[in-house]
Design a protein around this ligand. Structure first.
Ligand code: ADP
Length: 244
């Protein structure tokens, strides 16, 4: 059984390397092409210059996110990831994440709606960067697996024992028997459209790790062809409320 596991792991690693190389290559070649256009002075129309500039910006962001994911993953695997918890206004944090993200989606016709809490939330102790990365990963997936329906909903709300951050898409959805496995490292659903969508299979592993590091968890509800809803649950414990 050990040999079988080793073989499976080795196959997953190979696939991971090939997926990541593919993901790196695509933004790099766009950056190169747009950079070259600009260097040759082929683009004079200021509107076009802005457009190409924004492509370069978007693609570099994608590269940074991918590299951050890989670095986070390797820190998690080696047990060297450190979180820095500080009292944070989650609403401010989330609107910041959405603002950065919507720059990427500006021209792609995505409609991102945001629904905030009914009453102001208490500040809670989180690692703001980590939560930002977790939500960015969920948004990234909502876009990647949207399959034509470009509505994405983000909600921040108070739940029974804490707060919930929810990202909903109306995309391809996930088969029921895959719902647990998608959080495993490198795991990608291998049917249908997913083959055409690039990915490293690390995003959800990181989201799960980050949620759990905060004493929380991540849950998913999904219906194939209808869409998916991912929720990061973060607890507010008494100690937190007292110290704020
Ligand atoms: P990837 O880099 O492959 O997107 P993730 O760990 O983020 O890696 O996701 C694992 C797998 O879960 C994806 O390959 C995809 O099959 C599935 N998945 C994740 N998010 C969604 C979503 N919003 N809609 C449909 N499928 C999803």
């Amino acid at each position: 059984r050990t040999a079988l596991r080793e073989m499976k792991l080795s196959a997953m690693k190979n696939e991971f390397v090939s997926n990541v190389s593919h993901e790196l290559r695509t933004p790099l070649s766009s950056i190169r092409v747009f950079g070259e256009f600009m260097r040759r002075g082929r683009v004079e129309d200021p509107e076009k210059v802005r457009e190409y500039g924004s492509y370069i910006e978007t693609e570099s962001r994608r590269l940074t996110q991918l590299i951050n994911n890989i670095l986070d993953f390797s820190r998690i695997e080696s047990g060297h990831i450190a979180y820095n918890f500080e009292a944070t206004d989650l609403e401010e944090l989330l609107t910041g994440t959405l603002a950065t993200f919507s720059i990427r989606l500006r021209d792609k016709g995505f409609e991102v709606s945001y629904d905030g809490p009914d009453d102001p939330l208490p500040e809670i102790r989180v690692d703001a960067n980590a939560i930002d990365r977790a939500v960015a990963n969920l948004l990234d997936n909502a876009v990647k697996y949207s399959n034509g329906d470009r509505r994405i909903g983000v909600e921040l709300s108070r739940s029974e024992d804490g707060v919930a951050i929810t990202v909903t898409d109306h995309g391809i959805g996930i088969p029921h028997d895959e719902l647990e496995r998608i959080f495993e490292r490198f795991h990608r659903v291998s049917t249908g459209l997913v083959h055409d969508v690039k990915g490293s299979g690390l995003g959800l592993t990181l989201v799960k790790h980050i949620a759990e590091a905060h004493g929380g968890r991540v849950t998913v509800e999904s219906e194939p062809d209808k869409g998916s809803t991912f929720t990061i649950h973060l607890p507010i414990n008494d100690q937190q409320e007292e110290s704020l």
